[in-house]
Write a protein that binds this ligand. Sequence first.
Ligand SMILES: Nc1nc2c(c(=O)[nH]1)N[C@H]1C(S)=C(S)[C@@H](COP(=O)(O)OP(=O)(O)OC[C@H]3O[C@@H](n4cnc5c(=O)[nH]c(N)nc54)[C@H](O)[C@@H]3O)O[C@H]1N2
Ligand SMILES: Nc1nc2c(c(=O)[nH]1)N[C@H]1C(S)=C(S)[C@@H](COP(=O)(O)OP(=O)(O)OC[C@H]3O[C@@H](n4cnc5c(=O)[nH]c(N)nc54)[C@H](O)[C@@H]3O)O[C@H]1N2
Ligand SMILES: [Mo]
Length: 681
Amino acid sequence: MENVVVDTACPLDCPDSCSLAVTVSEGRLVSIDGSTLNAPTGGYICAKVRKFGDRVYGEARLRHPAVRSGPKGQARFSRVTWDEAFEMIVGRLNEVREKWGPEAILPFSYGGSNGLLTQDTLDAVVFRRLGASRLGRTVCAAPTGTAAQAMYGKMPCVTYEDYPDARLIILWGVNPSTSGIHLVPYVRQAQKQGARLIVIDPRATPLARHADLHIAPRPGTDVAIALSMHRYLFEEGLADAGFMAAHTRGAERLRGRAAAWTIERAAEISGVPEAAIHQLAQDYASTSPALVRCGWGLERNRNGGNAAMAILALPAVAGKFGVRGGGYSMSNSSAWNITRPWLGPEPATRIVNMNKLGRALMDPSDPPIKAMFVYNANPVATLPDQQRVLQGMARDDLFTVVFDQVMTDTAAYADVILPATTFLEAYDFAKGYGPLSLQLVRPVIDTVGESRSNPEVFGELAKRLGVLESGETDNELDMLLQVFQALPGDAGTQIGDTGRAVPAFGLRPVQFVDVMPRTFDGKVDLFPDALEAEAPTGLYTYQDDPSSERFPLALISPASDKTISSTLGELPRPGVAVVMNPADAASRGLKQDDPIRMFNELGEVQCAVKIDDSIRQGTVSLPKGLWRKSTWNQSTANTLVPDSLTDLGGGACFNDARVQVALLENASSQRKDAKPQGTSS
Ligand SMILES: Nc1nc2c(c(=O)[nH]1)N[C@H]1C(S)=C(S)[C@@H](COP(=O)(O)OP(=O)(O)OC[C@H]3O[C@@H](n4cnc5c(=O)[nH]c(N)nc54)[C@H](O)[C@@H]3O)O[C@H]1N2
Ligand SMILES: Nc1nc2c(c(=O)[nH]1)N[C@H]1C(S)=C(S)[C@@H](COP(=O)(O)OP(=O)(O)OC[C@H]3O[C@@H](n4cnc5c(=O)[nH]c(N)nc54)[C@H](O)[C@@H]3O)O[C@H]1N2
Ligand SMILES: [Mo]
């Protein structure tokens, strides 16, 4: 019974991508901790992953394949063998294919284990060869990604380790204390060395409380603030004409659009004092190195794409590149330029935007979606317009496979359930999107029950569906080797030697020194024509607040420290509450911990209220990633989130719901076992 400590890495959907030291005994997990192999991990990890064993061996864990034995949604299943499950799936997929055409099949996947082996390998081979509908994978980072691609060709970003070199840090719509905890010490170190910190967030996040300036805008108004900064830079002669001439295109057109945005107007739209925006613009113009971290909180609304554009344009207009600690930091997920040669050409089949899954399942289309294969995702918990998604998943004529680690809200609606391994039980590659790390994830414990990895399952499916040519890879080990070989430069060799790799430009590239825009001419495109055509009211424009008298409050649903998206949401979670400003509570006669209903025309959520001045007036907040059981009426924030799309990239508008909140009468009969407590996420 000897304990052994083994190295691996965390591939969950978080920027930090920690190096892990896992203690095991006789094939069983004893404990998980951070190691120091990946410098930013620094030997510690978040509390969630530390408790990952509660998922691995927990009650909700799926241990064998099963088929539905009750009505959809009731999670009643009977155990079958893998062979029986495969036969049923292949039979039904072939039937759908013959009767309705292959586009009647929709594969649905997203963040799962966010690694290179568990996604876009044999899974993609299966669905491409079938000619299935394609999924528009837009639930996250679609607006910011579209902006960064068009402007900079997704140039690698400033990494965590270079934050201490900055003299000014602006954290814009990002909350690292929850969503990427390893950034926090670098920000604090920069502050100790004299850097100023500005946080732009409708909530007083932990770092906002320690900032020199906290700007709390109305959700969805960041584009106004950023455009007023551009106007200030241009009008005050503080824009860097030399840099713009040498390295950008479209600066004059941006200047033209920004001209309408006085600080006064931005202040009125955003609900931020004029003096604060003035201070922000002045600090940014006068300080170098200045670093802007553009987060994801600001992209999830009607103006999210233009907000990201205007923010990412700031370092180019103000000339902040070319020094360590200067420039911008967002997602580094594309920094490695990884190709997937095994995929071959992509068939031009229909694309279903995942943010409109409910509509895709409910509205008549040609062909209708008759089969859905869900893996690496929990759409019932994570997509907009939850009630419509539930309606769609409840369709009796829809054949649904859910391949997951635990009995999720989505799995409850499956016809066939397949048990998946966790990242402690299978190989993968973890790619950080904050720090520039690429690490090997190893199976370090025995698989639980009969669970299998993604490449094992999709390899077997590919064989049984007859979509492989002779000699093509159909198993996990060969797929793993193919990924190794496809890694850029000598990354594969490095990982083979040490379990981790460093990109050719190093772990701490300086923008415009070590890395340049990956656009066709190496310049920053400040006014991409294709995007001007895509945005409903054009680039660098603002669409009005959708609030109404009936639904005056803006609901946001940021990341919480209890889950990664909805992963780990199966664990007990007492005290889920909507956070509300004291003034909004007073005008509704609400007291601390009161039971409330929060509603709009899409539905209603019943839970407790937490009254707290950490959130600006007019905005309320309920955590992202809740499971249905976490509230009193089986509905989460996504029940209230419309399936409208962002201005660029077809993204989700999670932070653009408008709602009303009222006391929940007769609450005790509705609460069942859940009791309101004074704590929130
Ligand atoms: N613990 C934990 N970590 C995570 C995740 C998780 O669920 N839990 N999720 C991971 C994933 S998938 C992602 S994409 C990242 C997301 O990481 P973040 O970018 O930090 O995203 P959020 O938590 O959604 O939002 C960040 C902040 O934006 C604020 N915000 C909301 N609307 C607006 C707005 O209109 N303007 C501005 N300026 N701010 C706004 C919110 O109050 C919140 O504090 O985190 C990753 N890390
Ligand atoms: N209200 C609101 N909703 C949001 C957001 C928000 O800000 N507000 N943010 C959105 C964001 S940023 C994101 S990224 C999405 C994420 O949405 P999802 O991609 O649905 O993320 P998860 O909820 O983590 O679900 C991942 C599932 O994959 C499973 N899984 C993990 N590893 C494997 C594997 O190896 N194989 C298989 N077969 N399954 C595996 C996990 O058990 C889990 O159930 O959520 C979005 N939803
Ligand atoms: Mo995300």
